[in-house]
Design a protein around this ligand. Sequence first.
Ligand code: GDD
Ligand code: GTP
Length: 424
Amino acid sequence: PLKAIILIGGRQKGTRFRPLSLELPKPLFPVAGFPMIYHHIEACSKVPGLREILLIGNYQPSESIRQFINNTQREFKIQVRYLQEYTGLGTAGGIYHFRDQILAGNPEAFFVLNGDICGDLPLAEMYSFHVERSDGSQMTLLGAEATMQESLNYGCLVENAATHHVVHYVEKPSTFVSTKINCGAYICSPAILRDIAAVRRHHQDENFSGVNGDGSLRSIESISLERDVFPELASLDKLLVFYTEGFWSQIKSPGSTLYANRHYLKLYHKTHPNRLVKNGDGQATIIGDVYIHPTAEVHPSATIGPNVSIAQGVTVSPGVRIRESIILDNATLQDHCCILYSIVGWNSVVGPWSRVEGTPCDPNPNKPFAKLQSMPLFNNAGKLNPSITILGSDVQVPGEVIVLNSIVLPHKDLAGSFRNQIIL
Ligand code: GDD
Ligand code: GTP
């Protein structure tokens, strides 16, 4: 059998994702109508022989996580379990800590997926490649091509093109190494756990206290796949790379959820055409790809799309226009309001004739292999970078105002129009 591990991080991660992660663990944020890691689980469920999925993270097990697990188990008829780390153990530390659970039932191999990626993940192809190329002691990572400048934000690798071995790996290098990047999806032979154990012993011997990417100190328990294990595996010829040219991106900032939303909707044409709304008599006008939860109430005079997802319990009133946006559970969009490039939070209300608008942050279409950049919130001059507009949960936007390029924290009752502001 095969297994999969999804690394979902914890509360101390996902800071760029506020205010949306204040309500819900980031991995459960819905894109194209379904939680981010639902798409991972669905992709795993299509791999023949994959029986069990382990979510490793350090969130307190909450009702939302429990429910998510129950629902996906039932839907995909696959076992899903949450294994909680007592603290962030790093991308390899959790795998090491829970090794007995991973090895139980003697899987031939297991996938490891970062929870915050999205894409048309070619898992079955990766596995075939791995079986064909690997001698049983190795690990294959999913690679992609990036631009020179962007590559610095990712793990970078140099490959032996003839054998597809990774000969050199550097995590987020400070100067250019290679345009080939790590997509955060791997297939591992169980023997890899021995290599992780060796790294851990090495840490202990040296009374190790390394530093994280952000400069904070790391404990002995904490092991990073990317910083501690991959360079080692590369030197031992134990790391292979399989490339994808399909859709792939990280989901770091809220802006990247709109990008992910658009691509998953497009993928639905192939995988789930029934999830896309079709134009019909007496229904709202639909442009392009749109997902609407069956419980949402949408007035026939509304115009929606392209690239919009509307969650359960949402009310869309007469004359409303929505484009390139995600509308979360139980939000109310009142008459003739206009929502463009925005995320409208749980239970929020947008008043009549108001306009909620953000600035798209798409990859440059003229640059081959350009990836979505997750811009910092502020630029060097201390000004808010233009971004999508986000209304946190329970925000009230009155009628006839404009909210432009702004981030509104939960429970705000806006008094007027705002632009380029964070409203605390
Ligand atoms: N369980 C657990 N425990 N998960 C963790 C921990 C931890 O201590 N730390 C990070 N993760 C999870 C995150 O939730 C995320 O899904 C994944 O591991 C990687 O997160 P980061 O460590 O923040 O790395 P990154 O996303 O900046 O970069 C990684 O992904 C890139 C592709 O998206 C690296 O693997 C890069 O090499 C890669 O290019
Ligand atoms: P681009 O050419 O891509 O810039 O788009 P656009 O010129 O159509 O304009 P924009 O992106 O601002 O608007 C997107 C859609 O929303 C268009 O179809 C407009 O008709 C519609 N729209 C824009 N502003 C309003 C508004 O205030 N109210 C309503 N009901 N619809 C609007």
